[in-house]
Design a protein around this ligand. Sequence first.
Ligand SMILES: [Zn+2]
Length: 493
Amino acid sequence: MKNVLKGILVLVAALTAILLFNAYNLGDVRPLGDPAKLMNINIQKAVDRLAGGIKIPTISQTNTNKIDYTHFVNFNRYLRREFPKVFRTLEPYTINKHSLILKWGGTQPLKKPILLMAHMDVVPIDDQSLDQWTFPPFSGTADEEIIWGRGTMDCKGNLFAIMESVDQLIANGYQPVQTIYIAFGHDEEIGGNEGAKKSAEFFRKNNIEFDFILDEGGGITSGKSFGLEKPIAFVAVSEKGYMTLELVAKGTGGHSSMPKKETTIGILAKAITKLQDNPLPARLGGPIKHMFKVIGAEMDLLPRIIMANQWLFEGLLERIFTSSPAGNAVIRTTTAPTIISAGIKDNVIPAQAKAMVNFRIIPGDTPENIVDMVREIIDDPRVEVNHPEGQFGREPAPVSDPDAQQFKFLARNIYEVFPLAVVVPGISPGGTDTKHFLDLSPNIYRFSGIGGTDNSDLKRVHGIDERIGIKAYKKGIQFYIHLIESLGQDQKL
Ligand SMILES: [Zn+2]
């Protein structure tokens, strides 16, 4: 008996040692380096130029017949007028009438170039919400602290910050070592098939591949949801895929006075309930594992032990993340019924009931294996699981390696401009224009250097009162300046 007890004690001690060892070993995942000395810039001029760009309503519409392209023509003219130095120094290429590529040749043209991206178009304003805006969405109003309007966050803030940084560097006589390309699409919000896709074709045709690509997505947010006082800088190293499935329950219709035990609507409802009760499996590997490690290193001992020992606490971590919609979306393919349709008259049982269910696919899943899992969960031959016509879904983007030198370079730059931030690889829940560039670089990052003014700002993207803080905008410009200046300085890697 004594020996058994001894054995247990030894085991407990060994386990504790392993847990603690792993927890302390999370150590220095943070890139070493000192905060950078940031270049001073004339922020008032930059604010005016962005505000002027917000005033041009470059709205993308799903029904492309409704798009007013004169605004895109004006937007391109506006860029040329406001940034003459940039257009004189860089080579501009107009792509498919409204998208723009700029090439800034480096002093070492044999080095692989990099690509900075943003988009010109914005989402429409819901007329019903118009009176809830503090300032009209396209007024380009700027007060002492904030620039208001549709597109400030998504994505004209980034677009103008890139232009300002290049303009400033040219004024200082700077020429990059590595060639820099800039690509601004004009239809990101409706899939990018006319803009980014055509720009990618231009690069492919000219045999241009990139050392790394930096586009919107990710960004600097509060670390509070992870229990951190420090902000978190999310660099999305992949983006989720997309698929909608159509569920069709078929049966015999008829008069509602003598219904069968189950009607088509009931059968469909059961199928949907099963899907909601059985979320698709969590995937805690890949970038998520890396993310836990980096965040864990910043935590107090107990949560740090949990984050560092995923082999033991996977179930617990899964439960914690599943408890919030945002956390849940990080770890698994999400399931969202979005449309349901059946029936035409209150006393007639429909012969068919249909629903659309939208899935955002995490790396590790594919459209095919999701269809299999959905059929298995529903487990009812009366319910067909179909792809809506011509829509077979989009795979998640390949994961860019967070251990690559290029990631470390970017992380270090972020840290040098935002010294408090914890740089963490993540997965973008939404799509970006980079989906058209997947074969043009193994290192694709989605990160915006313009932080929010407060935690409400994320909801404002595509919503009411979209805005950015002027301080955050200035920091965003300085971030691009610092990034460009750091390129080609190999000792920074
Ligand atoms: Zn966007």
